[in-house]
Design a protein around this ligand. Sequence first.
Ligand SMILES: C[C@H](O)CC(=O)C(=O)O
Ligand SMILES: [Mn+2]
Length: 339
Amino acid sequence: MSNEYVTINDVTLRDGMHAIRHQYTKEQIAEVTRLIDASGADIIEATHGDGLGGSSIQFGFSKETEKDIITTAVDNAKNAKVSVLLLPGIGTIDHLKRANEWGAQVVRVATHCTEADVSEQHIKTANELGMETVGFLMMAHRTSPENLLNEAKKMASYGATTIYVVDSAGALTMDDTRRRISLFKENLDTEIGFHGHNNLSLGVANSIAAYEEGATRIDASLAGMGAGAGNTATEQLVAVLNKLEIANGVDLYKSMDAAENVIKPIMERPVQIDSLSLTLGYTGVYSSFLLFAERAGKEYGVDPRDILVEIANMGAVGGQEDWIIGVAQDLAKKQKVYA
Ligand SMILES: C[C@H](O)CC(=O)C(=O)O
Ligand SMILES: [Mn+2]
């Protein structure tokens, strides 16, 4: 195994938004940015959980404005670059231009794993703006490694300089991860990244497997603060990287302290593997559906795991959060009929 430096892209302030219904305050964003920056992470992502333009009735309104979220992160990051997430269709070129004006240096253009075509305009514009441009192929378990590579090649041809395998549902096994990353490594000239969710308890293991196959950018968040059972926890990842003597810039104690003393107290619902988040990974459902399914289960008196199973059968992808209520209503009706 080579000992290439691994770039840590911290997503506490973006994926972590899902875990608290996008309610970070400006003060929290400032403090968390300072802590992540001081711990040595290379890139700090800050936006609504669903990226630029995500604050809406469909995904939930964020507490702070997009401008405040981004500028607060930019103002408090002394060393790290600030990245934003953009899902074409939710975020627009105008959102991207504004984020750039507010100081974001990196954009991660995210599409469903079979929909890279929709990223062309956004990736090209980001490059014209002089931003570092990353392609982010979500729900990577939902297509074959070969198809995923074809989609990655499209993003590379548009100008993305890093392409991510994104395990949005925390559903990839280590072999699944290895097959996807190794194909990328053999066939792409770009840098390769991996974004994991811990629903099957494989966040760190998959991240290390990804590194071993050639990924040099890994996403992580303090205390795993993120959708579902959370992301790969920074402090856990760094402990393993250090034991494996893999070069990285993050201070272990600083990340541990920030996770314990600052992030865990912010959590409304513990970010952990429980029956519901485990079901996400087991059935392959988008991690950010967790709170929606939990709420709908309570409201309609049905088991939220049954909602997720049905959502998985229907093949829902990110952006189809509104299906959850319909599924809960149907399950509730069936329960009455058969009672
Ligand atoms: C919009 C999603 O939360 C992006 C992401 O982090 C994922 O797919 O995972
Ligand atoms: Mn995620």
